[in-house]
Every structure is written in C-alpha cells, then in structure tokens.
Ligand binder design. Structure first.
Ligand SMILES: NC(=O)c1ccc[n+]([C@@H]2O[C@H](COP(=O)([O-])OP(=O)(O)OC[C@H]3O[C@@H](n4cnc5c(N)ncnc54)[C@H](OP(=O)(O)O)[C@@H]3O)[C@@H](O)[C@H]2O)c1
Length: 264
C-alpha cells in the first residue's frame, strides 16, 4: 500500500499506459482521478476496474489542448480533494507525418497538447501539492533518437525532458520530485495504430532488433512509473528513467542481421 491516502491525477488514463497506472496506484491505496478527452466508455471501464479492486476513483473529461479545460480539471481536483499528491502527465497525441510536410496547425496542436499542457498542469498541480508530492511525465525514445514520421512528437518529448529539469530545480526545495519516464515500444492502441500505417514494417520486425526482443506491456511501464512515484524514489528528481528493453543502447548492425549468430 505504497500510495495509501495519496491523491493521484493521471492524464489520459482512460486507455493504455495511463489506465494501467491508474489501476496500479489504486490497488496500492491511491485515490485516483481518471482523466480522458472524449472516450467516456473507456474512462468508465477504467473506473469500474478500479472500483472492482476496492479502490476509490472518479473521472473528468478535459481537452488538454485548451488551457481553460486544464484549469477546470485542476479546479475539480481542488474541489473534491483540496490537494494533489501525484500528478502524472501521460496523455499524448500527434499527427505522424514526415517532418517536411508538417503544417503550422500540426506543430501547434502537438506542442499545445504535449508540452504546453504539461507546463500549465505542473503550475496548477504545484499549487495543490504538499511536501512529498511527485510529478511524472511520459516521454519516449523519440526524444533522443530519430525515426520516420515521429519528428513532431519526438521534439515535444525532448522539450518535456528539458522542462523536467527546470521544474525539478524549482520544486526541489519544496520536496516535490519531478521526473520523466522514457518508454520504448509499448503494446497499446497508439503503437498498434503507428505500425498499421501503410509504410511501416510489422511491429515484430522492429522489436526483433531490441535486446528484449519484444514490446513492453503497459503494466511493465506502469510498475516503473509507480516506482518513481513512490517513497523508494525519494532522492530521484530531474531524471529520465529509460524503460525501453534496451532499445536505445543498440545500433546497426543489429544482432538479428548477423550472418553468423555468434558474430565472430
Ligand atoms: N504506446 C507506446 O508505444 C508508447 C511508447 C513511448 C511512450 N509512450 C507515451 O506514453 C503515454 C501513453 O501512451 P499510450 O500509448 O498509453 O496512449 P493511448 O493509448 O493512445 O491513450 C491516449 C490517452 O490520451 C488521451 N488524450 C488524447 N488526446 C487528448 C487531448 N487532446 N486531451 C486530453 N486527453 C487526450 C486519450 O483520451 P481518450 O481515451 O478520451 O481519447 C487517452 O486517454 C504517452 O505520453 C505516449 O507518448 C507510449
């Protein structure tokens, strides 16, 4: 029960990693605010799973591209709980396109949802957070590696990792830790969508090049996130934890491409 009596807000917790993290924290005692954009059925399903586990949660819809909606989300948290212990900025979306074809609206929408919403969210969260509070943002290996159609989101993730350092510096004296979790390929709706694009190879061909030879499950990422949110991570702030099955440490030639398995 590492999160007993803690109030946690996880953006984008109707589906995928956010949903798994909501369940993980709730099972360990947190009271969870499930946030979503418009998929109410999925949010209600997350709530039902949390309630079935005997934990407390409620849901709130807000389009995080809209600063007024972000304000309303945190006002609802303040009304209901009067505080916030754990803020996880997890919701994300983008247009997967070649960098040369990104229009101003693609750039603006991706920046607003992924970067501006985090900055505004931390500002609101910090106002509600006691000492011992935690901020965590979900990043991806696109922040440090380049691959087709990911430029818009990858550069936003790189910006998030820089924001983590600045917020950690400013909030450290208040005993609020701020970190990022940098995930590799995770089996969720969004990775399925990405690898279903006509130009993309099958996901299995790509994961064959990763040391772990498979995508992460959302539950594996959620467990690592829970560690960063827990008391065990009390002295970790301003960090980026790689949870990528070794994806970012390998380079061509990949082991799977060797003509002889031993490589000798
Ligand atoms: N999946 C991967 O392979 C992978 C790899 C590395 C990093 N990550 C990162 O991990 C995080 C979670 O990824 P995921 O794959 O679990 O996500 P997902 O399954 O695509 O879920 C996205 C969530 O974000 C919400 N959302 C989308 N647009 C929104 C908006 N404008 N305003 C508010 N909420 C919005 C969705 O709400 P609705 O349900 O209402 O649409 C949903 O809850 C993201 O930050 C992602 O970049 C994922």
């Amino acid at each position: 029960m590492r999160f007993k009596d803690k109030v946690a807000l996880i953006t984008g917790s109707s589906r995928g990693i956010g949903r798994e993290l909501a369940l993980t924290l709730a099972r360990e005692g947190a009271s969870v605010v499930v946030h979503y954009r418009n998929n109410q059925a999925a949010a209600e399903e997350t709530l039902a799973a949390i309630h079935a586990a005997g934990s407390e949660a409620w849901a709130f819809a807000a389009d995080l591209e809209d600063p007024a909606a972000i304000r309303e989300l945190f006002a609802a948290v303040a009304d209901r709980h009067g505080r916030l212990d754990l803020f996880v900025s997890n919701a994300a979306a983008t247009a997967f396109r070649s960098a040369l074809t990104l229009g101003p609206h693609h750039l603006e929408r991706t920046f607003n949802l992924n970067v501006r919403a985090f900055v505004l969210g931390v500002q609101h969260a910090a106002a509600l957070m006691p000492a011992g509070g935690r901020v965590l943002v979900m990043s991806s290996y696109g922040s440090i590696r380049a691959f087709p159609t990911y430029a818009n989101l990858g550069t936003a993730k790189a910006a998030l990792e820089a924001w983590v350092r600045f917020f950690a510096e400013e909030l450290g004296p208040r005993d609020i830790n701020v970190n990022a979790l940098n995930a590799g390929i995770v089996a969720t709706d969004s990775s399925a969508y990405f690898y279903n694009q006509p130009a993309m190879p099958p996901m299995d061909d790509v994961t064959a090049r990763i040391p772990k030879r498979r995508a992460a499950t959302a539950a594996e990422v959620a467990r690592a996130a829970a560690f960063l949110l827990s008391e065990d991570a009390s002295y970790i702030t301003g960090s980026v934890l790689m949870v990528d099955g070794g994806l970012s440490v390998v380079a061509p030639p990949f082991r799977v491409e060797l003509r002889e398995p031993s490589g000798s």
